[in-house]
Ligand binder design. Structure first.
Ligand code: PLP
Length: 426
């Protein structure tokens, strides 16, 4: 398969090329297990001496085809589907950072990821330092410790819409001998391919634009194959010393550039589960086939809605990196020249309570705990997704109390704007 295909072609054709007489559409391998002629052959699979399917918790052909498509879209060497975006971020970190390890993470990140790191992974003995991504490099460098194993950030943070200076973060990570892990959910590879800017691992909540129809919760971890684990062998013993659960294989020796993603699959997925169901992988793949068309339309619509909101005197502020004058306009021009995403945040002059009234008056835009699907939707993070956070944590996560998160869908934009207008006037 050529890696020079353009992204739209990969969305349609990637990951699955049927041979003569095989199903044109990627089949759902709705099977937990796979049959072998000899016991020895199956044994070799368990020893990782041969590759092949034996149990869907480790690998399934439907999942693998979808993972291969996402890997090709991102320009990586391999990918693994997970049951959710939460699982993807958990695996991405835990694969290289265990008890006693430390991660430098951008503070404005998805609330679920913040809780995963700051509450649950701390209980497993991992430590995190959250940094202001806009701080000068020397300032962020102070967060690193001898036991730091990774740097984590989102290309476009949900819901604060901070656009990351990926090259700055890659420099910081690499000068400290650790990989940069980027959650690329909001940008999608259509608008940004973080590996081209120095990121080493990419994660996705495929639940969002990749599925795009709000049908299937899922996640993905993609490995660029670029990080040199052996050059920092002492930091990453899980990849560079023998795994006794596979008769002492060393991932970097046996799997080379695919060491990280192979370990995540054959060791962590084997032990922890959270595989994506083949049915959900199939649905995600249907979404991926139109990702390039939908993302473009989401961005066009969001740009027009952002301009409308900006010009409205009931609106106190609008955050959308496509608006000249936005704090992230310049950085977005560099990393997201074709558009950022369909999500806008804004505040109402009338304050926090008016947000609820505004949302209740919307007719086309629905109040749902979701973003990034084809239907326009709206959420008030301070009352919904982020309600567990203290006021201080809200500010740290870049979420103002009066912030409304609007996920602009792919309906006709005139109707979306008319709906917002009638709700603002009500
Ligand atoms: C939604 C989201 C997640 C979590 O994904 P789920 O599929 O809901 O588990 C992680 N990161 C970002 C940026 C998200 O928007």
């Amino acid at each position: 398969m050529s890696d020079k295909r353009m992204l739209g072609t990969v969305c349609i054709q990637g990951g699955y090329s049927p041979k003569n007489g095989e199903a044109r559409v990627l089949p759902i391998y709705q099977s937990t297990t796979f049959k072998y002629e000899t016991s020895d052959q199956m044994g070799r699979l368990f020893d990782l001496e041969e590759s092949g399917y034996f149990y869907t918790r480790l690998q399934n052909p439907t999942n693998d085809a979808v993972a291969a498509k996402i890997a090709e879209l991102e320009g990586g060497v391999g990918a693994m589907l997970t049951s959710s975006g939460q699982a993807a971020n958990f695996y991405a970190i835990f694969n290289i950072c265990e008890q006693g390890g430390h991660v430098v993470a951008s503070a404005p990140i998805y609330g679920g990821t913040f809780n995963l790191f700051n509450v649950t992974l701390r209980k497993l003995g991992l430590d995190f330092t959250f940094v202001d991504p806009d701080a000068p490099e020397e300032e962020i460098a102070k967060a690193f410790k001898p036991n730091t194993k990774a740097v984590f950030a989102e290309t476009i943070s949900n819901p604060a819409l901070v656009v990351l200076d990926i090259e700055k973060f890659a420099r910081l990570a690499h000068s400290h001998g650790v990989p940069l892990v980027i959650d690329n959910t909001f940008a999608t590879p259509i608008n940004c391919r973080p590996f081209e800017w120095g990121a080493d691992i990419v994660t996705h909540s495929t639940t969002k634009y990749m599925d795009g129809h709000a049908m299937a919760v899922g996640g993905c971890v993609v490995d660029s194959g670029n990080f040199d684990w052996d050059a920092h062998a002492d930091k990453f013993p899980g990849l560079t010393t023998p795994d006794e659960s596979y008769h002492g294989i060393v991932y970097t020796q046996k799997f080379g550039k695919a060491a990280y993603i192979t370990k995540a699959t054959v060791q962590l997925m084997r032990d922890l589960g959270s595989i994506q169901s083949p049915q959900n992988a199939f649905l995600t793949n249907v979404g991926l086939e139109t990702l390039h068309l939908r993302v473009k339309r989401h961005c066009e619509n969001a740009q027009k809605v952002a301009e409308y909101l900006k010009a409205n005197d009931k609106v106190s502020w609008v955050r959308y990196s496509g608006l000249p004058g936005d704090d992230y306009y310049e950085v977005a021009q560099k990393y997201l020249p074709n558009g950022s995403c369909g999500v806008i945040s804004f505040g109402l002059k009338a304050g926090r309570d008016a947000c609820k009234r505004f949302m209740d008056n919307l007719k086309l835009a629905a109040i749902v705990t979701h973003v990034a699907d084809s239907r326009t939707s709206v959420l008030h993070p301070a009352s919904h997704t982020h309600r567990q956070l203290t006021d201080e944590q809200l500010v740290e996560a870049g979420v103002k109390p009066e912030l409304i998160r609007l996920s602009v869908g792919i309906e006709d934009v005139e109707d979306i704007i008319a709906d917002i207008e009638q709700a603002l006037n009500a």
